[in-house]
Design a binder for this molecule. Structure first.
Ligand SMILES: [Zn+2]
Length: 246
């Protein structure tokens, strides 16, 4: 994958996962009105028109991905991820951080769970699906750890604030989930073997490839932003990074 250095924002680079998933994020008013419109945020939105951008900060150490927007109508984690990028962009650390704030800008624009009727968290194992292209990038970039951040509504699955992981075949995902759950007070949900309850979740496909991955869920109605839910998702992301000393 080709990464372009963006001098304007220090040690910041970007590339594209795909060129067929772009969208005008600003058309999602529920999300847009909650964004802090910094120069960096505007840059991210402009780049999201042409596909799914991936951003990179720092060099060396572990390669860590913070992912959100796998479900386009789960707004809080996408806002939190943009806020996290804004907070970290001019900082120094001994690791390489990757960010995909909008996995499917088109779905986010339309405030839709799916991308072209496909649930991206049930299709990461299907070759060349949009979430499979994210998996391919994770493998190509040799990313070591993945945090995938979602939101969940009452009466949906799981329906409460939580961190998902599995014990096998990649036990470190369980350790990371346990760390975050204790740190921020989220419930811990762990299955014995990745992908055993359903197929194609980004987290499970990573764990099956021996890349430790967790899913964070905060409580929020779909298509909307509940009070405090952006901050909660942000603390799950911060806690994920703090596991690595960031
Ligand atoms: Zn989700």
């Amino acid at each position: 994958m080709y990464f372009e250095k963006i001098e304007q924002f220090g040690n910041f680079e970007m590339g594209y996962i795909s060129d067929f998933s772009g969208g005008y994020i600003s058309r999602n008013r529920n999300l847009f009105e909650k964004l802090q419109l910094s120069k960096l945020t505007q840059f991210i939105l402009e780049k999201s028109v042409f596909g799914t951008p991936i951003f990179k900060l720092g060099d060396g150490g572990n390669k860590i991905l913070v992912l959100s927007g796998i479900h386009g109508n789960e707004l809080s984690p996408q806002i939190a991820n943009v806020n996290l990028l804004n907070e970290l962009v001019f900082k120094e650390f001994n690791h390489t951080l990757y960010f995909i704030p909008f996995a499917s800008p088109k779905s986010t624009m339309n405030n839709e769970r799916t991308f072209n009727s496909m649930d991206l968290n049930r299709s990461a194992h299907i070759k060349d699906s949009l979430s499979n292209l994210i998996i391919q990038a994770i493998v190509d970039l040799e990313i070591d750890f993945v945090g995938d951040f979602h939101s969940t509504a009452y009466n949906s699955n799981p329906g409460f604030e939580s961190i998902f992981s599995s014990k096998s075949p990649t036990p470190e995902s369980f350790l990371i989930a346990n760390y975050i759950a204790r740190d921020v007070g989220s419930e811990m949900i762990s299955i014995d073997y990745a992908g055993s309850s359903y197929k194609g979740a980004v987290e499970d496909v990573c764990n099956l490839k021996r890349i430790p991955a967790i899913t964070g869920e905060v409580l929020c109605p779909f298509g909307n932003v509940a009070r405090g839910s952006v901050e909660k998702s942000f603390s799950q992301m911060e806690s994920f990074l703090s596991y690595f000393g960031i």
